[in-house]
Design a binder for this molecule. Sequence first.
Ligand SMILES: Nc1ncnc2c1ncn2[C@@H]1O[C@H](COP(=O)(O)OP(=O)(O)OP(=O)(O)O)[C@@H](O)[C@H]1O
Length: 312
Amino acid sequence: MSSDLLVECRGLGRDYGQHKAVDNVDFSLERGQVLAFLGPNGAGKSTTMNMLTGCLAPSRGEVGICGIDLLEQPAAAKARLGYLPEHPPLYPELTVDEYLRFTARLRGLPRKQLGGAVARAKQRCGLTREAGQLIGRLSRGYQQRVGIAQAIIHEPDLVILDEPTVGLDPNQVREIRELVGELASDHGIILSTHILPEVTATCSHVQIMVGGRLVHAGSLAELEHRPVTGLRVGFVHAVDPQALWELPGVESVEKRGDNEVFIRHKGREDLAPACAELAIKRQWGLRFLEPERTSLEQLFVNLTSGEQEAAA
Ligand SMILES: Nc1ncnc2c1ncn2[C@@H]1O[C@H](COP(=O)(O)OP(=O)(O)OP(=O)(O)O)[C@@H](O)[C@H]1O
């Protein structure tokens, strides 16, 4: 296993009685990647993260953290990862410094290194000025920074963050996203979230789970290069959809708002020139013409809607 391969899961599964909460999940993560775990409620994200962090034993499969088998050498493997659970284990009656020293000692750092480790984590998480403040008096956003600081105090290779921006205001969300982006330069990061714009803003890779199984895994860059599925076209005046429908290669014409349509076309056909020509000929007044690819949101809906209907 190369030193930049931080996580390698093979055939990972967890049962609760007869129920397969996670089934046959394979994936890997390299340094510098930020991987989002997406999925509807009950898809198996938390169960997978709990297995990755060594908090929950798998029923089947293997987990390697930086080449170390998590099941055979749990202490050595866990030393390479940092974890921010959904509800960070903060002590409101401790100051930021006291708490970070405490977590550094829990991580087994030698006494001589404690001061340096605490200073570094505070600096990376923008907490230097808050060092002497009681955690219970900090805003939710700053408490989340403290939670991230404890996750990186021992300079792990891998950082796992469970819904890191839940409950934060928009400014705090932006700050935590920036922090995640900075951490990505020298760590691998896995984060679980329900917020799709968060994925596009912070992540390089995405995995979608449905019913315990991994149904999509890939980079966001791949998503950007998915084939164009159609054209979104806006006009000044009302249009005749039948005339658009008759253009060569058109599969369907859907109305989207006032004088706006989505034209789905076959294969890699480029409909734009013919569509613009028709708009000029009919004097519809072309306002805009945009190729549309499958967005992350569309992909998520396509992959998960059947599951959600079944659960309803
Ligand atoms: N301790 C448990 N005992 C029995 N079933 C469980 C237990 N924990 C989770 N499950 C079940 O396992 C499945 C996956 O749950 P999990 O919490 O991993 O989903 P999730 O994707 O994290 O959902 P959410 O987005 O709601 O947090 C669900 O069907 C859940 O009911």
